[in-house]
Design a protein around this ligand. Structure first.
Ligand SMILES: [Zn+2]
Length: 506
């Protein structure tokens, strides 16, 4: 039998519809925490060996002839510019057309992409693809655990698998699972049955970690439901800062026994409903968080980590909220803080050089959402070009490119110092190398503040005395009842046991 010919492509964006900036073509071209846009054979060089889905798929689908089409991933942010979406789609469609007859298509997608014109970016992509390849070609997709998945999207794909960890340490493994599902579909020459259900409550991302309960148990239970009858059963927690009707939690299963597939979905939905009371957003008021951390450091042998989840660039925030820095300065608490997005300040530090005294304006780009600017005086401790290889469990091997970076020391009289690590390309602080490569070992600080919501746990929790989640100003609001939603579906409850959303009359 001829080897099956499968086209492969990545197109990922997690869209925060409340972020006040558009994600344009440039964002997909710029490397940051992820490789930059590439096409064709270049994808094999760029993507192989990384903890990303398409890498796992390439590694496992050795029974197929793979046709690499395109890789397009941008840092989470505001609505995807329609021109960027159309350009990436057009190139992807042209590549697939040029590939000739195919036996299938594998797509590494996110599931929470919103464009300037489409609430459901992935469904729009699939509609265009189906118009090209027809309704019968097997299309297997992998999605992020934060996918806001719609029934329309499920109808358009043949099968899907979803990350099962948050922090996402299983991205490549999810690609490998997709390849195994594909292998079964090709062997059986038949598309599987599908089952899909959305839940009627949502939970903030700080309550979704699979290093915490109840998420850990819920995800561990999925594998037990799989076997001969059920190819895959998956759960997406959704991405709450997205004002779209399909925002929220959903469950998907596929396989060759229709009743078993439906039963698997029902089992996971029931487990989620039973667990609703156990979801904890972990959030603390900002002043209480920094003061608690300061108190704990007096006894602690290891750093106390404070997360700044509402200013998490990995959820579309800009990364320049001044909230926690202001609280540290107000209470005169020493700490290491990063990565703060401040390209102009980083440039000034590079101009001034190591050891120079500098006066920097930090934050204030979006004062309504991220707090007012702060002017600080400090000395330049270290400089870098922001290029380093990540080493933590989630991002190992990724060549980060965060642009000009600087570590700046702010002296607190008789109280030590605050070291702020600033950078030029927005990125979540999920890997200790963000600090380490610029001469700041997180292990040698009493308090470390990270601009991340959950992903930092993979690399930072193992070195932490404890972890606190502080509520500071930011574009990734985690108190769901405070988010100005207008377009969710009516009846969806905002948080575990939260109030039901009522869609305003038009
Ligand atoms: Zn995610």
């Amino acid at each position: 039998m001829a080897r099956p010919k499968i086209a492969i492509a990545s197109f990922q964006h997690e869209t925060n519809t409340f972020a006040p900036f558009v994600t344009d073509w440039e964002q997909f071209m710029t490397p940051g925490s992820w490789p930059a846009y590439c096409v064709g054979d270049r994808m094999f060089e760029t993507c192989t060996g990384l903890n990303i889905p398409i890498s796992g798929f390439i590694e496992t689908a050795s029974m197929c002839d793979l046709v690499p089409i395109s890789y397009a991933v941008a840092e989470p942010g505001g609505l995807v510019a329609q021109t960027a979406f159309d350009a990436i789609c057009d190139r992807m469609l042209a590549g697939i057309k040029a590939a000739g007859p195919l036996d299938g298509l594998y797509l590494d997608l996110h599931g929470a992409m919103v464009t300037e014109q489409a609430d459901d970016g992935e469904a729009l992509l699939l509609q265009r693809l189906r118009a090209l390849v027809g309704v019968d070609l097997p299309i297997v997709v992998s999605l992020d655990l934060h996918g806001n998945i719609s029934p329309e999207f499920c109808n358009l794909v043949s099968a899907m698998v979803i990350y099962r960890t948050y922090p996402h340490i299983d991205m490549a493994e999810t690609g490998r699972r997709a390849a195994k599902v594909f292998e079964t579909i090709l062997r059986r020459k038949k598309l599987p049955y599908k089952s899909f259900q959305q839940l009627n409550f949502m939970v903030p991302i700080t309550a979704q970690s699979t290093r915490r309960q109840p998420a850990q148990q819920l995800y561990q239970g999925l594998e037990d439901l799989e076997g001969e009858a059920v190819l895959s059963v998956d759960l997406a927690f959704g991405f709450p800062p997205a004002d779209i009707p399909n925002c929220g939690i959903s469950v998907f299963a596929c396989g060759y026994d229709q009743a078993a597939v439906a039963a698997a979905t029902a089992t996971v939905v029931a487990a989620l409903d039973d667990a609703e009371d156990s979801f904890d957003d972990q959030l603390m008021a900002m002043d209480a968080a920094v003061q608690t951390a300061d108190y704990l450091t007096k006894q602690a042998q290891r750093p106390v980590i404070i997360a700044d989840p509402q200013d998490n660039p990995g959820a579309g925030s800009s990364g320049d909220s001044t909230g926690i820095l202001a609280a540290l300065l107000k209470h005169r608490i020493p700490a290491l803080l990063g990565m703060f997005w401040a390209p102009e300040a980083a440039f000034l530090c590079h101009q001034a050089g190591v050891g120079a005294q500098v006066q920097l304006t930090l934050g204030g780009t979006f004062p309504d959402q991220n707090g007012p600017e702060i002017v600080v005086t400090g000395s330049v401790k270290h400089l870098s070009e922001g290029r380093f290889i990540c080493a933590g469990p989630m991002l190992a091997g990724i060549a980060a490119n965060l642009g000009k970076m600087a570590a700046v020391t702010i002296t607190l009289e008789n109280r030590g110092e605050i070291v702020v690590v600033i950078g030029s390309n927005r990125a979540q602080t999920a890997d200790r190398e963000v600090f380490r490569h610029i001469g700041c070992d997180p292990e040698s600080y009493g308090i470390v503040v990270v601009k991340s919501a959950i992903h930092f746990l993979a690399d930072f929790e193992p070195i932490a005395e404890t972890v606190l989640f502080a509520v500071a100003a930011g574009q990734n609001p985690c108190k769901l009842t405070e988010i100005p939603y207008k377009k969710l579906r009516s009846g969806l409850r905002l948080g575990a046991q939260g109030p039901a959303f009522i869609r305003p009359e038009h």
